[in-house]
Write a protein that binds this ligand. Sequence first.
Ligand SMILES: Cc1cc2nc3c(=O)[nH]c(=O)nc-3n(C[C@H](O)[C@H](O)[C@H](O)COP(=O)(O)O)c2cc1C
Length: 367
Amino acid sequence: MKAFKPYEIKPGIIMKNRLVMAPMTTYSGNEDFTVSKAEIDYYRLRSKTLGMVITAATSINDSAQAFERQMSLKHDRYIPSMTTLAKTIKNEGALAVIQLHHGGRMNLPSLYNDPSMIVSASAIKAPRENLVTPKAMTVDEIKQTIDDFAMATKRAIQAGFDGVELHGANTYLLQQFFSPHSNRREDEYGGTVKKRMRFIEELIDSVHEVIKTSHNKDFILGYRFSPEELEEPGITVEDTIQLVGMLKNKPLDYLHISLKHYRQGPSRKDALKTPIIDVIQNTLNHEIPMIGVGGISTKENIADALENGYEMISIGLAILADPLWGKHVETGIVKREFDAKTMPKHLYERLWKNREYFTRDGYNFKS
Ligand SMILES: Cc1cc2nc3c(=O)[nH]c(=O)nc-3n(C[C@H](O)[C@H](O)[C@H](O)COP(=O)(O)O)c2cc1C
């Protein structure tokens, strides 16, 4: 089956198979946001059977942190810790890609002494409990944030990663600029869909410039996005088609969609019921490799995804439950139990706290 055979993600860069560990926040860094020993052990174990591992969302500056104990690359002092992480993943034979992140208006207020550190495209609160109204970023702050992503990319290269993934999904800052809910700006960064994409465009260009000047032509640049939002107004699949049209012309090595199910149709009222990936591929036409995600746990799911819209697949819960999933899935005998012994304590506690949600697809907790 082609899923388990080597895949050339970009010329000369071979993944040992088409299986990718989905980025997952571990809530388990050290107090100073360096990578903890528990995280290193967790990644070492899970890198053995996969072609690529994408790290947890990693903060790029002082106002980017969204979660407790989130790992960071916001300063040169984080390079040694990230070097250890990159080496750990690569030593097991997987490509090591770091996900770069800014939480914007989704940041937990309890993480900030100064509430004005919580910023977004506009001063519109996310429709969630326990969050605050963010401060609208000035144009200078936008440019600075883009620069901070670029600097984090430079550090990722220094730390020995094979690539970066820009986290444009799951309601965080990049998505907040694209969304008509969180972006009500009337300047060059808001208004039309084209203007709402400007931040993302400038960000990709600036990160690519860093990669180009590093002369590391093998370095991978990926972009993750959520194709839809339920808010009103919110991102529609039609908006996303325009986004994908723009991304297609950027120097990206892969796109990574974020979906609950890899073949789901749009969720918004009145939307067409065709699977979102089919609509996207009408525009993308496989010109950039696409990673599919959401509810993939069996060999049949993998085959179906690779036949229907995706070049690679990423897995979240399946690899949390079975650290050697990439091997076990071939035989069909996989573990579906979250085991505290194989993951950092705070990640396990988070799964346990939300157990109703995380056991919905037949996953259990090892007692
Ligand atoms: C504990 C946990 C943490 C997550 N953290 C991130 C993250 O840091 N960045 C991200 O893009 N997605 C994150 N996700 C979403 C996953 O990458 C993935 O899209 C989602 O789990 C669906 O895939 P699955 O059905 O295989 O679990 C997280 C998911 C889980 C379960």
